[in-house]
Design a protein around this ligand. Sequence first.
Ligand SMILES: [Zn+2]
Length: 284
Amino acid sequence: MPLKIADHWLTGTNSAGKTIKKDQTPNFYKPPFNTTTGLPDATIIHYTAMTSFSAAVKVLTTKYESGNASAHLVIGKAGEVTQLAPFNYRTWHAGESFYNGRKGYNSLSVGIEIDNAGWLKKFGDNDFSRKRLKSKGISFKKNQVFHGRHENPKVPYEYWEEYTDDQIEVVFEICKLLRETYGMIEFLGHDEIAPSRKQDPGPAFPMDELRGELLKDRSGEVQEGIVNTNLLNIRSGAGGQYEKVAQPLPQNAQVKVLEETDGWYKVRTEIEGWVSKKYITPTK
Ligand SMILES: [Zn+2]
């Protein structure tokens, strides 16, 4: 049976040939979400920062004295998927979070955890690990490691465990289904909604590609442009009443256009924010 969402649970077999498993977490808030429909309208991508799928599922389905966490889905390296809560229940994956004028993403989003160790340090040419993992004899080979800096220049790490092709394919497949079912308006990394605390999913995950794929029905729109005025205010929302998120953009600054609404563009340069559309000259 192909993958589908029924009564807020994934069912069927995914593109990696895995049947979805259920393992209900005790760590959740009851409905509704803090959205107009009461259902999630965003999806947040995470890595577990662990080295075992089953250990991650265990942590996310256990009630501790403190520090309880959960998510809706955990995605293993072979594309296996365990769902921990129905999508109309709120899980505890986002923590204190803020993006584009909205805050508290536990009450806005579905959380997807991918089994992945996260950032690593180089111990030798073919030996990447972290102190804590190394002491347990766990390390990664060069061909399992992505080399690249995080989009947030304050993140010092430059080595990351690669995601598997099955993981990426299954995450894309599920996000497409979530968009069709819930009309999701945002697909974001944890590192985008909590940039001072979080680095996941990091540069090894193709976040821009995911957004491009899911929003490709917007083709024909402006994708890039340059600022055509002296100093252009960049704000947290689409309107002059929203606060400025950074210093104004200088003339001729290049921007990537992410969204458009009511005469405003959401753009990305070093940061993201909203600018009045008339001050952007399209280049692509
Ligand atoms: Zn996270």
